[in-house]
Every structure is written in structure tokens, then in C-alpha cells.
Design a binder for this molecule. Structure first.
Ligand code: PRP
Ligand code: MN
Ligand code: MG
Length: 182
């Protein structure tokens, strides 16, 4: 049913699994004995966070932040809004921010600066998708799953007006969906 609204699949479920395994192994090595605080940025990072963290074979802790900048549309509002903060103190901790996508970079710049201001020992970013053509601020992820073109993507956490996050793959929505629903 949802599949009929997808123009094209860009990253399959199997590719996401394989990439998560690869990134999980890299993080296992990089963070062995560091007990990093893995921070999921809700809501978009939920599927990738689950996929990735189960593949890290080392002690980690998990916490969650809710921030939003898109407010339902297809382009960034430019204003990052904190809706729920962390429960854990980050002072002296090694932090790994987990995101579904970095586009303009505003969300991650805001989060990284905030966590460094709070005296985190280190802040690294892992993102499932990077859209480098969308960047308006100077920030890069440390670990990237897939670099994709500047199209409006949905699935595996990525939403259009809160829908399609539950697709098990990443794809491009048919244009008629924006026209009728947007
Ligand atoms: C999306 C996405 C990233 C951010 C990336 O979140 O999940 O967090 O935008 O865009 P940027 O690089 O231009 O800042 P959104 O604000 O839509 O909230 P959501 O995760 O609840 O969908
Ligand atoms: Mn998000
Ligand atoms: Mg969104």
C-alpha cells in the first residue's frame, strides 16, 4: 500500500542492514572501553538507532533528545526547536549523536555546539544519510551511511508530514503526493 506512493527506492533494506553492521563494527573498535553515550535524535533516528546500536559489541549508554526544525513541510524552517532534552549529564562523556539525515546541517550544528558547551569530552556524529548539496552551515558527520542526492527522501525514519517513517527502505516520494497532501 505505501509502496505505491514511492517513485524510486534509493537504499534497500538489505543495504541498510549491511551498512549498519559495518558502522557498528567501526564504533565497537572506536569506543571500546569508552562507555559512550549514544544519543538518538528523535523522531527521525529511531529506526537507525535500533539497527545500529544492536551491532555495537561494547558497553554503551543510550539517551534521547527530541528536536525539530521541519514542522511538517518539505523544507527546513531554519529554526531548531528543542522539545525534549537529555536525562543524562554529558560533562566529561564521549558522545555519539545518531541521526537519520544531515541536510542543511543546522540541527547537528546546534546539537554539537550545545553538547560541547555542556563540556562533553568529545562529540561525534553518525548519520544514516548525508545530503551534502543541502548544506548551509559548516558541519560534517564523522560516520556516514549513504551519501544521496538533493531529493526529498522518505523512509527508515525520514518523514513527509510525519508519515513514511516506518518504510523499511529509503526512497523518493511521488510528486503527486506533495501536490495532493501538501
Ligand atoms: C530532520 C532529520 C534531521 C534534520 C536534518 O528532522 O531527522 O534531524 O531534519 O535536517 P537539517 O540538516 O537541515 O537540520 P526534523 O526536524 O524533520 O524532525 P523529525 O526527526 O522528528 O522528523
Ligand atoms: Mn530529526
Ligand atoms: Mg522530519
Amino acid at each position: 500500500m505505501l509502496e505505491k506512493t514511492i517513485e524510486k527506492v534509493l537504499v534497500t533494506e538489505a543495504e541498510i542492514c549491511a551498512k549498519s553492521q559495518e558502522l557498528g563494527q567501526i564504533l565497537t573498535t572506536a569506543y571500546a572501553d569508552k562507555n559512550p553515550l549514544m544519543v538518538a535524535i528523535l523522531k527521525g533516528s529511531v529506526p537507525f538507532f535500533a539497527e545500529l546500536t544492536k551491532r555495537i559489541d561494547a558497553h554503551i549508554e543510550m539517551d534521547f533528545m527530541v528536536v525539530s526544525s521541519y514542522h511538517g513541510g518539505t523544507s527546513s524552517s531554519g529554526e531548531v526547536k528543542m522539545i525534549k532534552d537529555l536525562d543524562t549529564s554529558v560533562e566529561g562523556r564521549d558522545i555519539v549523536i545518531v541521526e537519520d539525515i544531515i541536510d542543511t546541517g543546522r540541527t547537528l550544528l546546534y546539537l554539537k555546539e550545545l553538547l560541547l558547551y555542556r563540556k562533553a569530552n568529545s562529540v561525534k556524529i553518525v548519520t544514516l544519510v548525508d545530503k551534502p548539496e543541502g548544506r548551509v552551515v559548516d558541519i560534517e558527520a564523522d560516520y556516514v551511511g549513504f551519501t544521496l542526492p538533493n531529493e526529498f527522501l522518505v523512509g527508515f525514519g525520514l518523514d513527509y508530514d510525519e508519515h513514511y517513517r516506518n518504510l523499511p527502505y529509503i526512497g523518493i516520494l511521488k510528486e503527486e503526493i506533495y501536490k495532493t497532501e501538501g
